[in-house]
Ligand binder design. Structure first.
Ligand SMILES: C[S@@+](CC[C@H](N)C(=O)[O-])C[C@H]1O[C@@H](n2cnc3c(N)ncnc32)[C@H](O)[C@@H]1O
Length: 271
């Protein structure tokens, strides 16, 4: 059953671990954004496409016992993970919904905030997603997105053709399954069309060397996604080995820089 609901990146333990590392890399920027957007004690927040629940847990801590987090996720592996994380940490303010954001009817709660990171890029109908998000919010409720606006900014200096071919393959694999990597380019217009006012739009791009913590985020994605692309039959073992070797060579050069795929942080208020 979980297999049928698996999306392009998969939902196995390796991917769950990678999402945990990714969350840790992004945590300072995310906490800063949540505070600027106004999330605080007592608020109700929906985590849209919550994955294994790392942001859900941080949100639960931020809103405290008087607040509430509604965590919506399609994959059973991930909903189980969210429930385990919340019971391990004794959070009684998290409600988990195992639902497809596009195909299923969503619960009729009204929240103060929605949080959506790296989910809109995978859905087949972003218009429907934004309409449903709007329906979940109170008047003046705030919707926050972290989504890519230019995935192809992901490059190495000195130039690394193998890593660039990997980035091209990833974008193709998302588009082949109905997603759009650069979805953030259309989000502001979609949000305005569905009755939101854009409060702020802010780009996040890192330029990091191999010995910096942030390097772990893109490099772990290459590691797990090479396996995934191979498992899905989208690439050959020779191509995979070449990308791995070229990345290793780049990592052995302390003066390599990695420019990460551009993420747009969008904060919008429901009018
Ligand atoms: C890259 S992960 C990001 C997870 C989490 N938002 C984070 O930032 O760590 C994308 C998540 O979106 C979920 N997802 C994708 N399409 C979905 C859909 N139609 N309905 C519900 N969840 C979906 C996937 O199962 C996965 O957990």
């Amino acid at each position: 059953m979980s297999q049928n609901k698996d999306y392009i990146l998969g939902t196995n333990n390796e991917e769950s671990k990678r999402l945990g590392l990714q969350h840790n890399v992004w945590k300072p920027y995310v906490l800063d954004c949540w505070q600027r957007a106004g999330i605080t004690t007592g608020h109700k927040v929906v985590d849209i496409g919550a994955g294994p629940g790392f942001a859900t847990i941080d949100l639960a801590e931020m809103v405290g016992e008087t607040g509430e987090i509604y965590s919506i996720e399609r994959s059973v592996n991930f909903t189980k993970s969210i429930m385990k994380l919340s019971s391990d940490r004794n959070h009684n303010n998290i409600k988990v919904f195992e639902l497809d954001l596009i195909k299923d009817d969503l619960p009729e709660f009204k929240a103060d905030f929605t949080w959506c990171r790296w989910v809109a890029c995978f859905v087949s109908d972003p218009q429907k997603l934004i309409r449903k998000i709007g329906n979940m919010l109170n008047k003046s409720g705030v919707s926050i997105f972290f989504e890519y606006s230019d995935y192809s900014t992901w490059r190495l200096a000195p130039q690394n053709i193998a890593v660039e071919s990997f980035v091209t393959e990833v974008m193709k694999s998302w588009r082949d399954t109905g997603g759009e990597p650069d979805i953030a380019l259309i989000l502001p217009t979609l949000l305005i069309n569905f009755g939101f006012r854009i409060s702020s739009v802010k780009p996040h791009v890192f330029c990091v060397r191999p010995n910096e913590f942030i390097w772990q985020w893109p490099s772990s994605f290459i590691e797990t996604n090479l396996n995934r692309l191979l498992e899905l039959g989208k690439v050959t073992i020779e191509w995979t080995m070449n990308v791995k070797n070229e990345l290793k060579k780049a990592e052995n050069n302390p003066n390599t820089y990695m420019i990460t795929p551009m993420v747009l942080e969008i904060i919008a208020e429901k009018k």
